[in-house]
Design a protein around this ligand. Structure first.
Ligand SMILES: [Zn+2]
Length: 528
């Protein structure tokens, strides 16, 4: 069987499988049924993701390496990203790479299922005992930390959490990471964990890490100004006393919530989409589910069940700035799915570089960091906007600095040069230096995103910033209400699905690569 035929088989089986999985998750999370019954679906669709499927994708991936074939130079990954310029070999390689990434992930998931179940069981039963004898279920600790106003009590509870994590959860997580490294190395894609990730994602972690190091240096002075101000104002703390436990308490700013009422949220967000010339429900393909239902998740989520025809946007409109931000974020995902070109193959609609879809979601949720948008669609008055924006700038800088530090640390965690026993100290040193909040050694194997998802978020931040800049240039700074910008976004961005890598897309639509420069410019606009 030739590779085109083999890939066509993988696509057909993969799409049928993911549609069922997605429908099941949607039913469970929206409260239409109690719990997801995934086992029968996995049984029925075994051929979609089994070892034979993996071997097929691996063979196509190897056979069509663009560098190994003549005349494919212009179309190699990292090139212009235009479908036209891409050779047939490069196109096959791109498809095989996406399919292989997904099938490899599912194989690792199967190998690690038992240890993952152990971890989930621990998390759902563990109890944290504070020094004063009070007990708290592990999974509630974050909420309690956010609501504890007394710093000493907060630190004591977090120390108690760290003790039980270090003794019980960290060893499970460390073993899981070690096993994951072994399984990934055995896939036969590239030498080690990092080389495999880079081969499957066509992104250089070493380059991204260097950009993160530069970002931390370039924004250090800004951070040194902002952090003491917010620590003192929000929690009455100095830098010397601030720990990771304080972040959660600090980032909760309920004082602005009255300006983001629940009953206006969906109406105003729909109005904005209409004003930029886009159907807020993509001509009915996005289905808003706003009714209250037992078992429905409280946080908004987007669930594509058939792409592009059936995309659920599920929310419970409570109101408050986080609720508005989540709705905008999920709407960015939903419109992306619902406006994808239906003729794109499975892997460009369902798989691909998630920096792209996260970038669109951030492009939408960053409207809460846009003075003109806030004045037009929220209850914030002209005099409240600068103060709110300033706090948004502080939050944004904290998040990007934290993720930059996470990526730097995770390249060491997965890089094999630092011993497992030395990693906890490196974790504390790296994260504490970047954020100014003291981290705990216990979290070195726990506060880790799966498969370098930190890289996707960092590239999404870069992509949304470059897109925002391009939209401002094309359609003015209030592009979000320019009736020409929506059709441009649909045609130039959403329609392409996730065929391109985030940096290829930036190059195509903005004529430049991804970088932190426009991210920093955005933060500077916020803090004024
Ligand atoms: Zn997202």
């Amino acid at each position: 069987m030739d590779h085109d035929e083999a890939l066509a088989g993988l696509r057909a089986r993969g799409e049928a499988f993911l549609e069922e999985v997605s429908a099941e998750y949607h039913a469970a999370h929206a409260g239409h049924k109690q719990g997801a019954e995934l086992q029968p679906i996995y049984e029925r669709h075994r051929a979609a993701y089994d070892d034979a499927a993996f071997a097929t994708a691996l063979e196509a991936f190897r056979a069509h390496r663009p560098s190994a074939s003549a005349g494919a130079g212009a179309g190699a990954d990292g090139g212009a990203g235009s479908a036209m310029a891409e050779s047939a070999d490069a196109r096959r390689h791109r498809s095989a790479r996406l399919l292989l990434d997904w099938l490899g992930e599912s194989r690792v998931g199967r190998e690690l299922a038992a240890i993952e179940e152990r971890e989930i069981a621990w998390e759902s039963t563990a109890v944290v005992r504070a020094a004063d004898g009070t007990e708290e279920p592990y999974q509630r600790v974050a909420i309690t930390l956010a609501n504890t106003r007394d710093a000493q009590a907060r630190h004591a509870l977090d120390d108690a959490r760290a003790r039980i994590v270090e003794a019980e959860l960290a060893p499970i997580r460390r073993e899981r990471l070690q096993r994951e490294h072994a399984v990934v190395a055995s896939l036969g894609i590239a030498g080690d964990y990092i080389a495999t990730w880079e081969a499957l994602n066509a992104v250089s972690l070493r380059d991204l890490r260097a950009e993160c190091e530069a970002f931390l240096r370039d924004t250090q002075a800004m951070w040194d100004d902002l952090l003491p101000f917010y620590l003192k104002q929000g929690l009455g703390l100095t830098r010397a006393d601030a720990t990771r436990a304080d972040v959660i308490a600090l980032m909760r700013t309920p004082e602005f919530d009255p300006f983001f009422p629940g009953d206006a949220m969906e109406r105003e967000v729909r109005r904005q989409a209409q004003e930029m010339g886009v159907s807020p429900d993509a001509e009915g393909r996005v289905r808003y589910d706003t009714v209250d239902r037992p078992g429905k998740r409280s946080r908004a989520f987007c669930s594509p069940v058939r792409i592009p025809d059936v995309v659920h946007l599920v929310l419970r409109p409570h109101g408050g700035q986080n609720d508005w931000m989540t709705l905008l974020h999920e709407l960015g995902h939903a419109l992306h799915f619902a406006y994808m070109d239906r003729n794109l193959p499975f892997e460009y609609r369902w798989l691909g570089d998630n920096s792209v879809t996260e970038g669109y979601a951030m492009l939408f949720d960053h409207r809460l960091k846009d003075a003109g948008w806030l004045r037009r669609y929220t209850g914030l008055g002209a005099s409240d906007v600068p103060r709110f924006l300033h706090s948004q700038g502080f939050e944004e800088l904290h998040f990007v600095r934290r993720y930059a530090a996470k990526l730097i640390y995770e390249t060491e965690l997965h890089g094999g040069r630092v011993s497992w026993d030395a990693l906890p100290d490196l974790f504390v040193e790296t994260l504490t230096a970047a954020t100014g909040f003291r981290y705990q050694r216990a979290d070195a194997f726990v506060d880790v995103d799966p498969r370098f998802y930190a890289a996707r978020y960092l590239r999404a931040w870069q992509l949304q910033a470059v897109l925002d800049e391009a939209l401002r240039e094309r359609f003015n700074e209030d592009w979000w209400r320019n009736p020409q910008s929506g059709p441009w976004i649909v045609g130039e961005l959403f329609g392409h699905g996730q065929r391109e890598l985030a940096h290829e897309q930036a190059r195509r639509v903005a004529g430049k690569g991804l970088s932190f420069a426009p991210v920093i410019a955005g933060i500077e606009r916020m803090i004024g």
